[in-house]
Design a protein around this ligand. Structure first.
Ligand SMILES: Cc1ncc(COP(=O)(O)O)c(C=O)c1O
Length: 484
């Protein structure tokens, strides 16, 4: 495009002398938009600054400043002796999908949007607490109070986490879980998942093996898939993790992941005899045990059982906890209670790999615990979840033709074990279409067992809706697997 045509286009720009944006900025924006919009295509020659200033009745310096800005950002190329030209490609096009660029690895194609559950309320989604019952007002009040001192939370802070939170967690665990610890052993993490990743990174060498329960927590399997480390599946029976697999293993595992208080997902308790045997085994082989105490707060018949960490005289247990079930999962806060010998290494690795979770959020949780709201909230939730569990277990009798519900008195989910002819993945897909987001039991199995069934989270489903929701499952089962 020749100068005269460019000028014709540019003269259509309206510049407002009373606008808060100065004239040079307005001219810069106007020209930039014309370039991006195609009115001034790449290669077009622009009028000289003197010429444009005269035509638009502007000071020459105003035009020079706009041109300089466009040149600095790569929209204009100045050629000595010939003038200024619109660049090709424009800087924005370097990032635009119109440019012939290689597709990015791992980015979903258009249409392949990530799976987000639209409405997880009353949907049996696993691992989600009662979000409506969360004390939002108290939470906001604490946040507002902290905002008044926001300057205190703007720097990096203690590398292992906000000290008052570490101290509050240690006190809570001593009292409620008989964990033997002091605040200095607590490392705050971004949820249990980050804590698991740290254990895998730091405690497993290239040829080392982690033993874990099967059926077991999918979060560990996911973390392992990304680390390339090997795992040894251990059977689970009525007394929890079966130690025989550990004893018979060709390669002695360096790490054992277990959920002793409430085996995930089957809900059995690791017997005291096995706990002691596992601690002894770990000490003998100098292996580590990860005790994932993810939802031990929720026991509906007895007081929660004391932790295994508290029974260990040799400091071989790494205790893992999370606020995902006691507060809410979007908070992304968890913690490790580490043996003294590991705390420095873990803290250094956490800082190197991830930095630390937001200070203000940590401070908010610390105040929530210190002011007693955490204990009150847990007490209320224990009562509410017990009612929900009772209602759900009654409703589950409707599904008896297709399987068996495992009885339990703890936690936030139940397990329905189906008879073998049922494809639980297909079943889950059909249920999703009905707004029910359960998980297929077979997905938790990574050993030789082939259990089929449904894992149903009940904490975020109203007690009075259980019957209706389970009758939806019954209808789907009847359609897919008619009883006669
Ligand atoms: C066995 C187990 N551990 C830990 C967690 C918590 O994980 P996070 O803190 O990463 O949300 C869950 C949550 O579903 C779980 O089921």
């Amino acid at each position: 495009m020749a100068i005269a045509t460019s000028l014709q286009e540019i003269r259509q720009l309206t510049l407002d002398r009373h606008h808060t944006q100065n004239l040079s900025q307005q001219l810069y924006m106007g020209l930039r938009n014309m370039m991006l919009g195609g009115q001034l295509p790449s290669g077009s020659q622009l009028p000289s600054s003197r010429n444009l200033a005269e035509q638009l009745n502007l000071g020459r310096n105003t035009v020079i400043a706009a041109y300089e800005q466009l040149q600095a950002e790569g929209y204009i190329i100045s050629k000595r002796g010939s003038g200024s030209f619109v660049a090709s490609p424009l800087p924005d096009q370097l990032h635009s999908p119109l440019v012939d660029a290689k597709p990015e690895i791992g980015v979903p194609k258009s249409g392949a949007t990530p799976k987000i559950h639209k409405n997880i309320n009353d949907s049996f989604c696993v691992g989600v607490p009662d979000l409506a019952a969360f004390p939002h007002k108290t939470w906001q009040r604490i946040q507002q109070q902290l905002q008044k001192h926001s300057a205190d939370f703007m720097a990096y802070g203690d590398e292992a986490g906000f000290w008052p939170l570490r101290r509050a967690i240690a006190q809570y665990l001593q009292q409620s879980r008989a964990v033997k610890c002091h605040g200095g052993q607590v490392l705050i993490t971004s949820g249990a998942q980050q804590a698991l990743d740290l254990c895998i990174r730091l405690l497993l060498g290239p040829d080392d093996v982690i033993a874990m329960e099967s059926p077991g927590y999918r979060g560990v399997m996911r973390a392992l898939q990304h680390s390339g480390k090997k795992h040894l599946p251990c059977r689970v029976d009525q007394d929890g993790l079966d130690l025989q697999t550990l004893i018979d293993a060709e390669t002695t595992p360096n790490l054992v992941y277990t959920t002793p208080a409430n085996q995930y997902p089957m809900g059995v308790v690791l017997s005291l005899e096995r706990k002691m045997a596992l601690l002894h085994w770990a000490q003998t082989h100098q292996s580590w045990i990860i005790e994932d105490d993810y939802d031990s707060e929720y026991h509906y018949q007895y007081r929660p059982l004391a932790s295994m960490q508290g029974l260990d005289p040799h400091q071989r247990v790494i205790y893992l906890g999370s606020f995902s079930k006691t507060l809410y999962p979007g908070l992304r806060l968890g913690y490790l209670v580490l043996p003294d010998s590991l705390i420095e290494r873990f803290t250094a690795a956490r800082i190197a790999c991830y930095g630390q979770p937001p200070l203000m959020t940590q401070a908010q949780v610390a105040s929530f615990i210190e002011e007693g709201h955490f204990y009150r909230h847990l007490r209320r939730m224990r009562i509410a979840y017990k009612d929900k569990l009772t209602a759900l277990q009654q409703a589950m009798t409707m599904l008896e033709p297709w399987g068996k519900t495992l009885q339990r008195n703890a936690g936030m989910h139940i397990v329905f074990v189906c008879y073998q002819n049922i494809d639980d993945h297909q079943l889950v897909q059909h249920l999703e279409a009905q707004g029910i987001f359960s998980s297929p039991l077979s997905e938790y199995c990574h050993g030789n067992e082939s259990l089929k069934g449904l894992v149903l989270g009940f904490a975020n489903t109203a007690a009075e809706k259980m019957l209706r929701k389970i009758s939806v499952i019954r209808t789907v089962l009847e359609t897919l697997y008619p009883t006669d």
